[in-house]
Design a protein around this ligand. Structure first.
Ligand SMILES: C[S@@+](CC[C@H](N)C(=O)[O-])C[C@H]1O[C@@H](n2cnc3c(N)ncnc32)[C@H](O)[C@@H]1O
Length: 473
């Protein structure tokens, strides 16, 4: 019963209304794309971005980009307006590439772009030869087209012959274009699941038209062979690149303001906690897991980005008795926290502290945790490394740490790891967005709008970097 209810709820999430458009093709892609296309996972998309970043220069045209932008300096063309709405590109064009088969042209001048990228698109086109003709017109002589596809696409999804490397290569070679296949290794080290077929446009030289020829082909082939032998060459370079991206962002928040609004908000949480304790004797634990300090410090009336959690410690019976009081008080203080029961198995803080003092490490504490299950030790490390939002929590965090520390030799490392995970959550790219970019923007707006601040703090991110690097890998 429960399973089927959950299942129905999940389906509803993706059950987007049929868009109002007469073009059936557009309607189909709008519908698929509006649940935000997740054909390739974020981390694969990021490695594709890195692959292209190493190769592209100047302006690019991203054909069938959907909501995905693989190279910053790109104009994106797509059929689906819903997908394009999500796309962060500056220049976007809604266009049905199939009408090129009827003689229509893309609205760009000849020789406009330095390259074209098509990521999981070619197999869906009705008139690929006509589209190729248009691309050749709008690309500069000698420009390269990159067609990147996962090699696992099934026959139901597309015209397989044009989604796989061999089919793509054959298509372009038969038309006289020079091509080059390159691999984009998986983070696990496997190569050949994601491949790029690069196609060179005909060139011009001193004597006039010159045939299509991939630049530095022999050297690039050799590099690809090396990567196939040892994919860590690619993966390490990717991790370095991603770390440079992250550090560039973190450095923009190396000092950050604490707004008066944030301070008042914390004071409100403290007052609420004390009043709740007075009325019920219960201890509310309020904290932000996987914390990233600026999220809490830069709150403004318009902008609130943090997700605090509230747990009540105490016997279930006692907490249950006071749940109405808690709800009323949370409402009164306008604290949008959801209430949870015990975070720890122990029913009282005294029991918890005693438990930590006698804590014995078990083998399971170092299991990575199947199905994402937390081990007991990890749960303590998460609690200690969280931002405590009231004095009850901060005191308990210190006590848990003191009691646990003699029993867990690598406790500090575990805590550091959890802190780094908070940084990962803030800096990592999900659906073309990173939380940290929004925070950088908020910092700018706070300065520009003269939002009252109480102090400026430093973000000490350097010690976290080695751990953060491990998470990217
Ligand atoms: C599999 S999705 C890939 C999207 C994006 N490149 C990515 O990797 O996330 C295919 C994309 O091609 C677009 N598309 C399909 N047929 C098209 C057409 N005839 N004209 C323009 N775009 C089209 C779809 O709207 C969709 O965004």
């Amino acid at each position: 019963m429960i399973t089927s209810e959950l299942f129905l709820r999940d389906i509803k999430m993706f059950d987007v209304p049929e868009p109002k458009t007469k073009n059936r093709n557009e309607s189909k892609w709008d519908r698929w794309g509006s649940s935000q296309w997740t054909y390739f996972a974020d981390e694969i998309k990021q490695r594709i971005n890195f692959f292209l970043f190493q190769r592209l220069r100047g302006n690019n045209i991203e054909v069938g980009g959907g909501w995905y932008l693989s190279y910053p300096d790109s104009a994106v063309v797509d059929l689906s307006s819903v997908c394009l709405n999500h796309n962060p590109a500056k220049e976007k064009l809604q266009f049905d590439l199939d009408i090129i088969g009827e003689g229509k042209k893309l609205p760009y001048k000849d020789n406009s772009f330095n390259s074209a990228t098509l990521i999981s698109v070619w197999q869906y086109l009705q008139h690929p030869k006509a589209v190729l003709g248009e691309l050749e017109r709008i690309l500069k002589p000698g420009a390269e087209i990159y067609l990147i596809n996962g090699q696992g696409a099934g026959p139901k999804e597309c015209v397989v012959g044009r989604s796989r490397t061999e089919g793509l290569q054959e298509f372009f070679q038969e038309l006289g274009y020079d091509t080059l296949v390159e691999n984009i290794p998986d983070i696990s080290g496997s190569v050949s699941e994601f491949q790029s077929v690069c196609v060179a446009m005909p060139d011009v030289d001193l004597f006039g038209d010159a045939p299509s020829r991939i630049q530095n082909k022999a050297q690039r082939k050799k590099q690809d062979e090396e990567i196939c032998q040892d994919s860590s060459i690619f993966i390490n370079a990717y991790v370095d690149w991603e770390m440079r991206n992250i550090v560039a962002r973190l450095s923009k928040l190396s000092s950050f303001p604490v707004t008066r609004y944030s301070q008042e908000y914390l004071e409100k949480i403290e007052t609420f906690s004390q009043k709740y304790h007075e009325q019920t004797g219960g201890i509310p634990l309020i904290f932000m897991e996987y914390s990233f300090e600026p999220e809490l410090a830069m709150l403004t009336k318009e902008y609130k980005s943090f997700y605090g959690m509230m747990f009540f410690i105490g016997s279930t019976e006692k907490v249950d008795n006071y749940s109405e009081t808690a709800d009323e008080m949370l409402k009164k203080y306008e604290l949008g926290f959801t209430r949870h029961l015990n975070y720890f198995k122990q029913p009282t803080t005294t029991c918890l502290i005693e438990y930590c003092a006698e804590f014995k490490l078990k083998k399971e504490d170092y299991w990575s945790g199947t199905n994402g299950n937390e081990t007991e030790l990890r749960r303590f490390a998460v609690f200690i490394s969280s931002l405590g939002l009231n004095s009850f929590t901060r005191k308990l965090q210190a006590q848990v740490y003191d009691r646990l520390q003699p029993n867990v030799p690598d406790l500090d490392e575990q805590i550091q790891r959890q802190r780094a995970f908070g940084y990962k959550m803030a800096t990592y790219e999900h659906k073309q967005k990173r939380n940290i970019d929004e925070l950088i923007d908020v910092k700018k707006r706070i300065a520009e709008d003269g939002v009252p601040i109480v102090e400026t703090r430093k973000l000490d991110y350097v010690p976290i970097l080695p751990m953060l690097r491990q998470f990217i890998k």
